[in-house]
Design a protein around this ligand. Structure first.
Ligand code: SF4
Length: 122
């Protein structure tokens, strides 16, 4: 019996989640942005990015609808950090918020346990 190549393993899912979690922490620190005061938002976005990395090989923004995800990945505009974030610090997913944003919290850190726990509650 063979396993289809596209079936994600728990191990690689965990690896992608960890890499996106670390990316989010580092990028927030580098850009002086903060996670949302409701960390469930942060958790859901990081999980969505990790899922896209698993499925598509790139962390395509999880907060948008795409007709063709593979084509969007090639265009790279919405690969996280997307062009609006890189150029204007605009993250419509509310993963990276500038300190003046009313929804900005005071942390640039989130643990894997928090992500899993918060996503389970949804
Ligand atoms: S809006 Fe841009 S920076 Fe924010 S999660 Fe989506 S791709 Fe990343």
């Amino acid at each position: 019996m063979t396993t289809p190549k596209s079936t994600p393993t728990g191990q690689s899912q965990g690896k992608n989640l960890e890499s996106m979690r670390k990316f989010a922490e580092k990028y927030a620190s580098r850009t002086d942005t903060y996670f949302c005061s409701n960390l469930a938002v942060t958790a859901a976005v990081i999980k969505g990015l990790a899922q896209h990395k698993e499925e598509l090989g790139s962390p395509l923004c999880p907060c948008r609808h795409y007709e063709d995800k593979a084509a969007e990945v090639k265009k790279a505009y919405w690969n996280c950090p997307c062009v609006p974030m890189r150029e204007e610090k605009k993250c419509h997913c509310m993963l990276f918020l500038t300190p003046d944003n009313a929804f900005a919290g005071d942390t640039q850190e989130i643990t894997t346990e928090q992500i899993n726990e918060l996503c389970q509650q949804m």
